[in-house]
Design a protein around this ligand. Structure first.
Ligand code: NAD
Length: 267
């Protein structure tokens, strides 16, 4: 008889999702819960995070914790909550992020790099550190990071974002080689453009529709094809979190519909 594939691919698993109150993180929290996981939503947008936890069924299924990922105590507390509330930690999705500061290299303030570093790199580093603290003794786990196509190529508009997202892919590979001895897999998702609220925060305009941004003006028709929904990334995270990717580690999964490979990628 052919094996029946479970539709509850994360049954009994416990996850922490940073940046889980919005966009890709929110879609991933929902997907993980649909597949049987219990989830800690770690974010700084308290009202959105609390509301999402409530919507998904409350404390038995999803809990929100205020967690600024650049603060080690906050990250440690989010991981500890997963252990204390749900009995362990199987999946750590280090997804929280902010958009890049745009500016010529001879004009940009180095403080912009420092500010973003706290979320995009230090925050992920801390997430890995504290997930490993719990996962190593358990000899199991899946750690996922979110880079970007800007973690693989230049010309994406922000030197700071590109720098930090490149560093993130290196961090993912480095930690994967250590944690393989503990049956902990460490992988990265590198999305192309995804339609989320990140595009309506600085440096973009508050009311911006992704397709109306100057960055994407060259070809609206082409851009419409390249922009994906947060659920596309959530499904990639589901794969990397589940046993279906049991021999995948140290991998960067680019989820961009192949647009990064095209020489005129925005066309
Ligand atoms: P989003 O703004 O919808 O979600 C980001 C979440 O991170 C928000 O809920 C925000 O509150 C949270 N966050 C920000 N700073 C934080 C901090 N210091 N501590 C904890 N949480 C914090 O954006 P998104 O598009 O869903 O972004 C998610 C990830 O995907 C980011 O790492 C982003 O760089 C990456 N990404 C996004 C795109 C895209 O086109 N949307 C493309 C490539 C990569």
């Amino acid at each position: 008889m052919a094996a029946v594939r479970s539709t509850m691919r994360l049954q009994g698993r416990v996850a922490v999702v940073t940046g889980g109150a919005s966009g890709i993180g929110k879609a991933t929290v929902k997907t993980f819960v649909e597949h049987g996981a219990r989830v800690i939503i770690a974010d700084i947008q308290d009202a959105l995070g609390e509301s999402l936890a409530h919507e998904l069924g409350g404390p038995g299924v999803a809990r929100y914790i205020h967690c600024n990922v650049s603060q080690e105590g906050h990250v440690a507390a989010a991981v500890d909550l997963s252990v204390n509330a749900f009995g362990g930690l199987d999946i750590m999705y280090n997804n929280a992020g902010v958009s890049g500061v745009h500016g010529a290299i001879d004009e940009i303030l180095v403080e912009n790099l420092d500010q973003q570093y706290g979320v995009l790199l230090r925050g992920v580093f801390l997430g890995m550190k504290h997930a490993a603290r719990v996962m190593k003794p358990a000899l199991k786990g899946s750690i996922i990071t979110t880079s970007s196509v800007a973690g693989h190529i230049g010309g994406m508009g922000s030197h700071t974002y590109t720098t930090l997202k490149h560093a993130l892919t290196g961090l993912t590979r480095s930690v994967a080689t250590e944690l393989r001895d503990y049956q902990i897999r460490v992988n990265n998702i590198s999305p192309g453009a995804v339609d989320t609220p990140i595009w309506s925060k600085p440096p973009f305009t508050p009311s911006s529709n992704l397709l109306n941004l100057p960055f994407f003006q060259s070809s609206k028709e082409g851009v419409a094809r390249m922009v994906s929904r947060p659920e596309s990334i959530a499904n990639a995270a589901l794969f990397l979190a589940s046993d279906e990717s049991s021999y995948v580690s140290g991998h960067c999964l680019v989820v961009d519909g192949s647009h990064m490979l095209h020489p005129n990628w925005a066309m």
